[in-house]
Design a protein around this ligand. Structure first.
Ligand code: BTN
Length: 241
């Protein structure tokens, strides 16, 4: 069921309420405290974009496989954008990019049972019709800017939910035997197999190319000397400009 609110603090916070069950969506026209990854604020003009959270209950997934939820969500966004003629890539771990610009932000929050996932809040911000962005954002873009026309946010939401349902079913059912979700995610990575600059938390920079991701979600990079290393979230940063 879709719960459509005019204003709220953050749909991810609302969706924590246990009254929302698997498949429920909390969608708001405006968030007063939209949250991004790494403690950032998510900026989105009132009524111009999509800001919503989907509740999942992936109790069939061991904790060690939690990254596959991120994969399913990212793939569903790429599939949605493809329906609109937009060729998007996945910037590890959780952004959707078109060229060097960010079109979608994803904030996934898990709550865990002893050995499996219990409940997952998938928060998504898609820039739909906004054309002027906060100057603090380095590289935003919207679907309207890419397509040269305004879109109906609700249609984009329904399109995404259709793809999410399909990809999530693939993950849940045995159809994912060959790990097709993980393989597709890897093929769609932004900057795959191209040399670019990356930064370590120490500030040290190095050039490397992305080979893919490990099943635990670590980014596999090969540096110019041919050394291959896996980096977990926050262990490496993309340098985009
Ligand atoms: C990021 O790119 O840093 C992630 C942004 C996630 C934003 C969405 S908007 C809907 C949901 N509610 C939030 O407070 N954040 C997510």
């Amino acid at each position: 069921m879709i719960y459509h609110l005019d204003i709220t603090s953050s749909t991810n916070d609302d969706a924590r309420d246990e009254k929302y069950r698997e498949g429920d969506v909390v969608w708001a026209e405006f968030q007063t405290a939209g949250r991004g990854q790494r403690g950032h604020v998510w900026h989105s003009k009132r009524g111009e974009n999509l800001t919503f959270s989907v509740v999942l209950e992936p109790t069939f997934l061991p904790i060690t496989e939690q990254f596959s939820v991120s994969e399913v969500v990212a793939l569903s966004l790429v599939d949605t954008l493809a329906e609109y003629g937009i060729e998007a890539r996945i910037k590890w771990t959780n952004d959707i990019y078109v060229g060097d610009k960010k079109l979608v932000g994803i904030l996934i929050e898990h709550s865990l049972a002893p050995t499996s996932l219990r409940r997952t809040i998938v928060g998504i911000g898609i820039n739909i019709n906004q054309t002027e962005f906060d100057a603090s954002l380095p590289n935003p873009v919207s679907m309207a800017q890419l397509l040269g026309r305004e879109l109906k946010a609700e249609e984009v939401l329904h399109c995404f939910l259709k793809h999410l349902q399909r990809n999530y079913a693939t993950l849940r059912e045995i159809k994912n035997e060959e790990n097709s979700i993980h393989q597709r995610y890897n093929k769609l990575l932004y900057r795959l197999e191209e040399y670019h600059t990356y930064a370590l938390p120490s500030g040290e920079r190095f050039r490397a190319k992305i080979l893919g991701t490990a099943p635990n979600g670590a980014l596999r990079l090969e540096n110019e000397k041919g050394t291959i290393k896996d980096y977990l979230f926050k262990e490496v940063e993309f340098i985009i400009f």
